[in-house]
Design a binder for this molecule. Structure first.
Ligand SMILES: [Mg+2]
Length: 372
């Protein structure tokens, strides 16, 4: 039996990594995805480590069930801590078997992972140029927020007109053979989301991501049944039960589980299976470091209903914290066949990236009330 000896969380720049050490020298790497509140999760990982130390590293499902159901307290901080440890335990399972994680999950159902690129820019011209650059780089799928900076301060009508013009500018720049999805970042009220969606119909929008704040599924249901665009949501959900409820309501085409928040490999592969049975696609929400990219790719490679995720090139600036970052090829990530999630964290590099906590700054309308 391979025993867990130690669990150490690392606050690194804007990431929270975890390493699980075993008595046989195999070390697992994971990452937590509650990115606005990493210090809470850092503390939660230390707290949970009391349970794990001395336990059999191979009993991954058993540990998830024991810890998550011990006292039935729930929440995103606890789930993010559990997710990070779970990913590390699957990494250990792969490394101790000498196999890539995807092989433990049933093997590859795809050879490479299709990813989207974000379209950026503060003006219509910048957006159009950004979209063309991403297509030239090989991306077949783009995503954008349709709003330009400062939209919170305008009237809903003005905001909707500007959003439509922004989408039109990008479609004009890239044509209609490239996929285009819209990320609304929970910024609209129901009436705004409904009006905007109807005006966007001519632009062949692949998905309408998070038009509303995530707390009310009833509100999401109202929107989904009132708008003609495919809906995507779920990046703030933190357990299988929330996804089951979402899928059962028949209001989404795509779900956005974050492996580092929604229960690790253990739970997100089950969430994917629930979605598969309803023809709902999996569109994982990827934040974090090169460790998260590697872990997500292993799961994406093994589930039949994977659709898309972030290219997340912003994480490439941190590639030196691992020995073998995931390789990119145009609009795809390549699936590693190295053991586990396919990399090791170089702890000697972590000190170069002091923790950068996210500050709460808010966003406000012209009258001073809170936007979003
Ligand atoms: Mg999103």
């Amino acid at each position: 039996m391979m025993k867990i000896e130690k669990i150490t969380p690392f606050l690194v720049d804007k990431f929270l990594l975890v390493r699980v050490y075993t008595d046989q020298g195999v070390i697992g790497n994971g990452e937590a995805g509650l990115w606005a509140h990493h210090r809470m999760v850092h503390r939660a990982i230390l707290d949970l480590s009391d349970y794990y130390i001395g336990k059999d590293a191979s009993r991954i499902e058993h540990h998830f069930q024991t810890v998550s159901r011990d006292a039935h307290f729930m929440g995103a901080a606890l789930s993010a801590a559990l997710s990070a440890i779970d990913i590390a335990l699957w990494d250990i399972a792969g490394k101790s078997a000498g196999q890539p994680l995807h092989r433990l999950l049933g093997g590859k159902v795809r050879d490479k992972i299709k990813v989207f690129a974000n379209v950026n820019g503060a003006t219509l011209e910048e957006r159009a140029a950004s979209a063309q650059e991403q297509v030239a780089a090989g991306y077949l799928s783009l995503r954008m927020a349709p709003f330009l900076p400062g939209f919170e301060r305008k009237t809903p009508s003005q905001m909707i007109g500007e959003a439509v013009a922004t989408v039109a500018a990008v479609r004009d720049a890239i044509g209609y053979e490239i996929d285009l999805g819209l990320e609304i970042h929970r910024n609209l009220r129901p009436e705004e989301a409904i009006l905007l969606a109807h005006e966007l119909l001519p632009f062949r929008i692949l998905y309408y991501e998070d038009p509303l704040a995530p707390e009310s599924l009833e509100a999401m249901e109202y929107i989904a049944k009132s708008v003609p665009l495919p809906m995507a949501t779920g990046e703030r959900f933190y357990n299988i039960f929330q996804f089951k409820d979402l899928i059962d309501r028949k209001i989404v085409s795509l779900i956005r589980p974050d492996v580092s928040l929604a229960g690790g490999i253990t739970q997100v592969r089950k969430i994917a299976a629930i979605a598969e049975a309803a023809f709902v696609g999996v569109f994982p929400h990827l934040m974090g470091s090169p460790v998260n990219i590697a872990a997500f790719c292993q799961l994406d490679a093994s589930i039949p209903n994977y659709v898309l995720m972030e290219s997340h090139t912003g994480a490439d600036a941190y590639n030196d914290i691992v020995d073998c970052p995931v390789a990119r090829q145009g609009g795809y990530l390549l699936v590693s066949d190295r053991p586990g999630i396919g990399l090791e964290i170089d702890e000697s590099k972590l000190g170069s990236y002091p923790y950068q906590p996210k500050k709460i700054v808010g966003a406000f309308h012209a009258d001073g009330s809170v936007a979003h």
